[in-house]
Design a binder for this molecule. Structure first.
Ligand SMILES: N#Cc1c(N)n[nH]c1N1CCCC1
Length: 312
């Protein structure tokens, strides 16, 4: 089988949401290659906590005694219990998918009423369900796909797609260049030339986080840029045109247009940069600011997983 689903950006491309059918109800979920839980708002939450969201009514079969509890790097989190239900994404069906129903979520999820939960697409080794880890949607369907892969084509300020089971050559230019993935930490982890340390391809992170040295070198070419500790990152005049950022990954090179690196206004005519420091995180995060310049293939067709990058 193959399928494709639209990925619609929230304001300022803060995240990209896809329609997912669970037990016949459509939820709008954040497809996150940086985590591995499929969780949804549910009627088990206090009504005030789920106001404005589509909530799961536990249509599936309960996995008695199973729980989940996830914390994200930005300090947000959620927890709840577990059901098994039919999940469809872009026409691709998992007949018995673990659906993690929330009993509580942190305030940033409650306040983002466009988002009804997450569908994790990192490796199942970091799924948080206890006492038995559960498989991601991709792990559940990959054997039924024409090719064991999915591909992200996020776009700047407009809807993109996730393709399942096939590569759409109309969505990129040049060639797809592949690099090996280290799965030891459960992420789509790879090495980028000229960017020290490990990097992860993470659709669930908004910005591009790279080492201080790379960040400082980039903003040295932005006259109005400075590090603003009150904003927690580099800011600049919204009207300043920004340089492109180019990186070599394997035998290929990807260029992020400068326009994409103006993330959003933070106050008046001051804007927050899309490139920020990864120092303190433990690895670099190639989030949406980078991914929206690419066609990225999350590939398990070989004996070992690999990532493919092409210019979008
Ligand atoms: N922080 C963080 C984070 C990440 N590195 N990948 N996905 C994340 N989130 C998904 C929902 C909230 C944060």
């Amino acid at each position: 089988s193959t399928g494709s689903v639209s990925a619609s950006p929230e304001s300022y491309d803060e995240s990209y949401l896809i329609p997912v059918s669970i037990g016949g109800t459509t939820f709008h979920l954040d497809l996150d290659t940086g985590s591995s839980d499929l969780w949804v708002f549910s009627t088990q939450q206090p009504a005030s906590q789920r106001s404005g969201h589509t909530a799961y009514k536990q249509t599936g079969t309960k996995k008695s005694g199973y729980t989940w509890n996830i914390s994200y790097g930005d300090g947000s989190g959620a927890k709840g219990d577990v059901y098994v239900d039919k999940v469809v994404v872009g026409g691709v069906t998992a007949t018995s998918q673990a659906v993690e129903a929330a009993t509580s979520v942190s305030s940033s999820f409650t306040s983002d009423t466009d988002n009804d939960g997450l569908i994790g697409a990192a490796f199942s080794s970091i799924n948080t369900v206890s006492p038995q880890q559960q498989l991601t949607f991709f792990d559940n369907v990959k054997n039924s796909l024409s090719q064991k892969l999915f591909a992200a084509r996020l776009r700047y300020h407009t809807a993109g797609t996730y393709d399942y089971g096939y590569i759409d050559s109309s969505k990129y230019s040049g060639s797809i260049h592949y690099v090996p993935v280290n799965t030891a930490n459960g992420f789509w982890e790879f090495t980028a030339s000229g960017v020290s340390g490990s990097s992860i391809a993470d659709t669930g992170t908004t910005l591009l986080y790279i080492p201080d040295s790379n960040v400082d070198a980039y903003y040295a070419n932005v006259d109005s840029a400075s590090y603003d500790s009150s904003q927690g990152g580099y800011t600049f005049d919204c009207d300043e045109s920004l340089p492109d950022w180019t990186v070599t990954i394997g035998s290929g090179s990807i260029t992020v247009p400068g326009e994409y690196i103006n993330f959003a206004p933070v106050s008046g005519n001051t804007c927050f940069g899309g490139i920020q420091s990864s120092d303190g995180i433990g690895f670099n995060i190639f989030g949406d600011i980078f991914l929206k310049a690419t066609y990225t293939v999350f590939d398990q067709t070989q004996s070992s997983p690999r990532l493919g990058f092409a210019q979008g």
